[in-house]
Design a protein around this ligand. Sequence first.
Ligand SMILES: CC(C)(COP(=O)(O)OP(=O)(O)OC[C@H]1O[C@@H](n2cnc3c(N)ncnc32)[C@H](O)[C@@H]1OP(=O)(O)O)[C@@H](O)C(=O)NCCC(=O)NCCS
Length: 182
Amino acid sequence: MRFAPREIILKDGRTCILRPTAPEDSEMMIHYMKDTAGETEYLLRYPDEVTYTVEAEREILGRILDDPSSVMMVAIVDGRVAGNCSISGIGSKRKILHRCSMAIALYREFWHLGIGTAMIACLAELAREIGYQQMDLEVVEENTQAQALYAKCGFIESGRRHRALRFDDGSFHDEILMYREL
Ligand SMILES: CC(C)(COP(=O)(O)OP(=O)(O)OC[C@H]1O[C@@H](n2cnc3c(N)ncnc32)[C@H](O)[C@@H]1OP(=O)(O)O)[C@@H](O)C(=O)NCCC(=O)NCCS
């Protein structure tokens, strides 16, 4: 969906713009997905799994922008992508229409500046506007930094998916399930 861009001031005094991700961002977004996947183990994809072409990514971003039930947001600092977050419905059946799923990731150099907190506040507002009543997410058990952010933003732990992930080194990791009522 489209929404009006907003400006926030970061902990280091810089200005950050939160705006919808657009088809023109496709090349930048492919780099972002590859880079962030290499900076942390806590995202679902490995860098070599980012195989979108610029054209395919452009189409995906255009579709999301025109989808009234999805939000894809990018944070821009000093003209560069600092991070990205999104919400999307989890399915079209009436019994689950009240729920959306949330994802977020920032370049490491932009961690701890308040972008995550601001993005989630903005996502929650837009999710309410769409008509969702609940945001769901999964977070790797060891990702205590993200869990601290989510708890601060009102998310509550609701369960655990045992051995949800198997890393390339053969280790298994649980996912913690969290949700927030809107
Ligand atoms: C998780 C992530 C999105 C957090 O975003 P962020 O912009 O760094 O978060 P914020 O700056 O808004 O900080 C939120 C909270 O994180 C914690 N935090 C912030 N700085 C911290 C630090 N130096 N050390 C530990 N925790 C810290 C605090 O609880 C903070 O709340 P506070 O500002 O009231 O102290 C970001 O670290 C990230 O992109 N990580 C890699 C990808 C990832 O793990 N995504 C989530 C997958 S489920």
